[in-house]
Write a protein that binds this ligand. Sequence first.
Ligand code: GAL
Length: 635
Amino acid sequence: MKRTLGTCYYPEHWPRDMWEEDARRMVEVGLTWVRIGEFAWSRLEPVPDQYQWDWLDQAIDVLGRAGLKIVLGTPTATPPRWMLDRHPDMLAVDVQGRPRKFGSRRHYCFSHQGYKQECARIVTALATRYGQNPFVAAWQTDNEYGCHDTTISYSDAARDGFQKWLAARCNGITSLNEAWGNIFWSMEYDDFDQIDVPNLTVTEPNPAHQLAFRRFSSDQVVAFNKAQAEIIRLHSDAPITHNYMGRITDFDHFAVGADLDIASWDSYPLGFLEDRVDTDDDRKRRFACQGDPDFQAFHHDLYRAVGRGRWWVMEQQPGPVNWAPHNPAPLPGMVRLWSWEAFAHGAEAVCYFRWRQVPFGQEQLHSGLLRPDSKDAIGIDEAREVAAEIALAPDVANRQAPVAILFDYDADFGWTVQPHGDGLSYFGLIFDTYRAMRSLGLSIDILPATTRDFSGYGVIAAPGMLFMPNDLKSALNAADAQVLLGPRSAARTGSMQITVPLPPDFPGLDVTVSAVESLRPDMPVNLKNGGTFQSYRECLEGSDEILEQTEAGDPVVMTNGRILYVGAWLNAVALQRVIKRACASAGVDTFELPDGVRIRDTGSERFWFNYNATTEKVGNLTLSAGAVIRQGMSG
Ligand code: GAL
């Protein structure tokens, strides 16, 4: 598959007489794809049931004739104002029970039947009209499910849906009461129709109740997306994608992805560093104009898995964004670096958001490839450079990485319901593990929790994976690999009870977590071999070998030779040492990279990236600030 570039364009924002010139310039820059339509419902159907296709017909024609391929978005993230007159109760309801108002976007509840019918109607109309259009080469469903905290809605529609969802999954109310442990505080129900959504309770709701509601909410997103994908497929053979986000974990992206052909995600490295990366201010200052050196790569690897190998960056920051606490311009070279990093991780396309900065609306301060006056903006030359480079580069060539991390959205739901300490999150633990592996020069595959075939991996990490079915334990145990578990792996039953026998209860491993505690993050505990753990620890019992212990002699990491159990939240130094050891046992080569320098191996090349604002030397390689170096590889 050839690597390609694209951009996100809003013809409805610009006078008709600008479109030709815009299309011509997109092609001149070297772009292949243009995504349009995803917020245009009020222009497609200004009056209920009266469609206006002329402008979109023309836009598609102009862009397509210029030589661009179109990704057509369904407009369901932005229902027009009249929709609320038809369905006043379609708004999502926040945890405080307040409906979220019209006046921005994503103002809908995933459970509202009436709104879902309206979506089916507009998607049917769109797919019928453009399904066979030769210029429409891909589809995008909706826009960024979950953005602005919109997965979970405490509406009446959600409550009704939740009751039915529970009734369909539980073998009667008695079994639900037992599974949830509702005898605690006399929370027992007599019937499913008594079960409310878990908000506005006097103190915290039952974690089992919350977990079930999160699973239900995730399923609503899956169903919402599936309905659109099925309609599109009736009319078009073009691949379907959805643009996921960075560090949004409140619905199961793998389950949504099962109904799509390609996964895509929206990458805003500078906004993410300020807003979504757990790191200190020194590091935020150091990487303020480059972004976190691991955050983009993590999501590239995640979405490669979600897309079963096929994935894109649908939106790539080309300059300053508008929405983070601070919005600097990227260091020269970073737009090119981010684009190449995506390709190195297997992206088929990278699309810059957006074509032209828009002088009105909420995103006036968001840069585009063009300035509001249509002159070139800062990022466009780097896009041109990448276009010229990919024209000469080999095709996308993925190959299996030597190490893997299991990523389980369900575990994330469990941790969110019961973090046990401020700042403890499943994503944070997984990301620390990923970062430690990358700092050792490793390329990594992320795998869904449903994986049972682990052949080819030397090391498999499943930290924090709260719910571990027995067949997963057996598959990991049977894998010819070093397996890293803990903390909190296999610690809960599927209905959020502590497992007895106590965790991890793993075949062949004589390690038991006898107690757990969460700690202030500023109370690190030193390890004998160097490094620390902080924020969370487990007391480990058992007869297996102790690999790491505290200065006081308490076991922290134990192993039976192949399965390692980590009973604490290790810092980078300690985690790196444990991973390095596991790699050595598995025969996987590692080497420590300077902070901010990262590599990624494809089937044919080794890529080097320097996220630092300074020149770095690794062996006899010199990497200037923001450098991308490609080395050919054999095998
Ligand atoms: C994304 C979104 C775009 C735009 C962009 C701004 O989250 O999909 O529509 O809002 O952010 O950075």
